[in-house]
Write a new protein. Structure first.
Length: 303
């Protein structure tokens, strides 16, 4: 890795560390949202460096849809144990059982959008006043509208037209009782930055990110992993086919698409990401439901 690229990554790391320390200074009960994906893993890794030799001074929270990849949950638990952090898990399944949300109708319903209620309930339960997220501006156009410190009202809602200015490195975390903030320390990073940082820091990653053979179903142009929660639709011509794939994101199985790839190591992944013209969320089925799908969910309280 050349000196320019290394310096660029160190500048991004320094910015993220500064923001993490600002959160610790300005908020009383912050929490880090942790999915077990590459962005939240990097964010947790940076948090360890930010507060070393002490432990990360806030818990991690995973909103579990119940439709996660087994590999993600296994990695989540081992990683959290390794870094010595406290993990809080809140389940969409419990929200459904309590009547807080209703399962979607139809074949292989997705619970991805239902996470919002479970997340907001978790924030209220523990009285968190700040939720750190691993979102980046290059992921999706609605993400690009959001600032580092994203104010949310007492209903957890985001108004893209009512954001506070962020001049230089001054962040305003003042809020009213019941309001909270979402803060995105790696907002200025790109997918390529993340993978180069993973390579630089030798950060372990779930196996799903690397090329492997897997039974897949092609649905509306998206490659979905066949499993308990994703089965062929009997009303269509969907078939189970073995493909060589990897995942660029590893969220809910029902909407997280794979890409056909032979990149089975970090060097090949970096080269693949550098040459692609499709964003990593380009294979997310939930983002294809409407032109403003992500922004609509964020306004309701999504990550």
């Amino acid at each position: 890795m050349n000196d320019y690229r290394m310096n660029h990554l160190k500048q991004l790391e320094s910015e993220a560390i500064y923001i993490l320390r600002e959160v610790a200074a300005q908020f009383e009960r912050p929490v880090m949202l942790f999915s077990g994906g590459k962005d939240s893993i990097c964010m947790a890794h940076i948090a360890r460096k930010a507060f070393y030799p002490g432990k990360i001074p806030f818990p991690l929270m995973h909103v579990d849809t119940g439709h996660n990849f087994d590999e993600t949950i296994e990695f989540r638990d081992s990683f959290v144990e390794e870094i010595g952090a406290k993990l809080i898990v809140r389940k969409v399944e419990d929200s459904i059982a309590e009547g807080r949300v209703a399962e979607e109708k139809g074949h292989n319903p997705s619970r991805n959008g239902l996470q919002t209620v479970t997340l907001l309930d978790g924030i209220k339960e523990f009285q968190f006043d700040c939720a750190l997220g691993g979102a980046r501006r290059d992921e999706e156009k609605a993400r690009a509208k959001e600032r580092f410190f994203s104010y949310r009202n007492s209903f957890g809602q985001w108004d893209p037209k009512n954001q506070r200015p962020e001049l230089w490195n001054i962040f305003n975390g003042k809020k009213q009782m019941g309001d909270h903030f979402r803060v995105f320390p790696i907002s200025n990073w790109t997918e390529l930055d993340v993978w180069q940082y993973i390579d630089l820091e030798n950060i372990p990653m779930p196996s799903l990110y690397f090329s492997h053979k897997r039974d897949m179903i092609v649905r509306n142009g998206v490659l979905l992993a066949h499993g308990e929660h994703v089965t062929p639709n009997p009303e269509t011509d969907e078939k189970i086919e073995e493909r060589t794939v990897r995942f660029r994101t590893i969220g809910d199985m029902t909407c997280t698409g794979a890409v056909e790839s032979h990149a089975d190591n970090l060097k090949d992944i970096i080269n693949e990401v550098a040459s692609t013209r499709t964003t990593e969320r380009g294979g997310r089925a939930d983002d294809k439901r409407a032109e403003t799908a992500m922004e609509d969910r964020k306004k309701q309280g999504y990550f």
